[in-house]
Write a protein that binds this ligand. Sequence first.
Ligand SMILES: Nc1ncnc2c1ncn2[C@@H]1O[C@H](COP(=O)(O)OP(=O)(O)OP(=O)(O)O)[C@@H](O)[C@H]1O
Ligand SMILES: [Mg+2]
Length: 321
Amino acid sequence: MAIIRANRLSKYFQRGKVKALDNLTLSVERGRIFGLLGPNGAGKTTFVKILLGLLQPTSGEAFLFDIPVQLPRAREKVGFLPENHRFPLYLSGEDFLVFSAKLSGMRDSRKIHDHIESLLKRVRMWEWRRVKIKKYSKGMMQRLGLAQALISDPELIFLDEPTDGVDPIGRKEIRDLLLELKQCGKTIFLNSHLLSEVEAVCDEVVIINKGKVVLQGPVKTLTALDRRYRIHADFQNAGLLDAIRRKYDVLEAQPTYVSLTVSSVSQLNQIIDEIRRSGALIHAIVPERQSLEDRFIQAIQQDGKADFDQISLDRMQEEEQ
Ligand SMILES: Nc1ncnc2c1ncn2[C@@H]1O[C@H](COP(=O)(O)OP(=O)(O)OP(=O)(O)O)[C@@H](O)[C@H]1O
Ligand SMILES: [Mg+2]
């Protein structure tokens, strides 16, 4: 079942001059870590705000757990860590979580205390529970924010830039926590500009630009390079390397590996046979990938070019009239 479903969702500001979302359709399945990516101003926060009932869409519809987002009950099983949050600095981490637990409807003090203890331990903030938030570092603030997002034991968790300002060790801990939550069957919707991180945790991503989807799919599919392989072997025999270079589409050749594009799997096997016949030892054959960041930049540039082409076309058509 799709936990999040948006159907032709649009949001215009300034009487239609700004199209923050433009006919956006997407869905997120249960138990996935889903990344929403896009350059500044692409419409990511607008999308999350509509799902959380903080903004009304201009047109289209959206559902959480198959319940229209206009109804508060759509958010009963939702946790949220906003971007640039402002927690009350005069409270301790523990007091803030007690406050959040009561806001989310918990009444039993014993249960609240036990739940908060396990959450604070989970995000490694137990020792700091009595210290005022104003003394927390950025990373501690984000860890407390995560505990707050998990307070109602939600099934769906929205995290807007959860690792913002967190050091590499803290980021790794947050990543591990997200994977742990996924193992427990939770669904996570992540907004992040840190593409290496998104690549490391997300199952699926959607890249949006100017309110429209430009690319979507599983991370593994988006980063795969079509029919490109790197063969690691002892190419000490210069004749062998030359022969491979002459016959095949070689992108890079070194004494320890070659990178090449093959026309088919049988051609790949043909090359492997050739290397083996020469007596060279093969250490590994690895399909080549590009980073999600490369794929992101490519998609946004292509989208920009399409826009530019359309503008030029419109201008030429206007001139011709
Ligand atoms: N309340 C508003 N009034 C007018 N325009 C708005 C409003 N909120 C957002 N916008 C515009 O809508 C567009 C999308 O903004 P949004 O904040 O959703 O982008 P974003 O993808 O979250 O960007 P960032 O990566 O910088 O957080 C931008 O052009 C923004 O200026
Ligand atoms: Mg934003």
